[in-house]
Design a protein around this ligand. Structure first.
Ligand code: SAM
Length: 189
């Protein structure tokens, strides 16, 4: 997680601001691999692991989402599409010359025309999957926050680290619910 994101994050429980705890070297370089986000008012804590912030509360709202996330993993395992080792499809998507990617690429190009990505623009990629769209927008200079409920390192946002490294770019993967975004809004404190 980039330290610059902290000002935009809010506690998913009460919308309050968060503090970032991490090793001084990580704070200095502006990227936190391992750390903790803390709501100083309530003491609620949220981990950062492998550069990814886990900003949800494991309650009755989250549990169906956790089951859905497990379902995505199971689906890929059942269809022999799980293990990404040795595969560079994720590094090419959506520009991969086979269905469904031909259609996805066309749609993504249309979305890009609409978004008109500019350097410094903030973009929220909701239901980001592995983060391939976030990658392309980050390469265009955007500050991208990629949100998904699936953290898995093969078929979820955990794959984003490999995608970022291969492309030489950076965005912020967050495990959270689209319906309860842990982000500052015009109404945030
Ligand atoms: C069809 S996949 C699309 C992934 C990606 N956008 C792509 O095109 O490759 C839908 C994604 O939405 C995520 N998702 C479903 N419900 C969500 C929620 N409430 N909040 C955040 N992500 C969610 C799933 O985990 C899954 O990765």
């Amino acid at each position: 997680m980039r330290t610059m994101l902290l000002a935009h994050l809010r506690c998913p429980l009460d919308g309050g601001p968060l503090e970032l705890q991490a090793a001084p070297a990580e704070l200095d370089r502006g990227w936190v691999e391992t750390g903790t986000l803390v709501n100083p008012r309530t003491g609620a804590t949220y981990p950062i692991r492998a550069g990814m912030a886990y900003l949800y509360v494991d309650d009755e709202r989250w549990q169906p989402l956790a089951r859905e996330a497990a379902g995505w993993v199971q689906y890929h395992q059942d269809h022999q599409m799980y293990d990404q080792a040795g595969s560079d499809i994720d590094f090419q998507t959506p520009y991969f010359p086979h269905d469904p990617w031909i259609t996805v690429a066309r749609n993504f190009d249309i979305a890009r025309e609409i978004i008109q990505p500019q350097p410094g623009m903030w973009v929220l990629d909701v239901g980001a999957g592995r983060g391939w769209a976030s990658k392309h927008l980050a390469l265009a200079g955007c500050n991208v926050v990629a949100v998904d409920i699936t953290a898995d390192d093969q078929v979820g946002l955990g794959r984003a680290q490999a995608i970022m490294q291969q492309a030489g770019t950076c965005f912020d993967p967050i495990i959270a619910d689209n319906e309860n975004l842990p982000l500052k809004t015009a109404r945030s404190i």
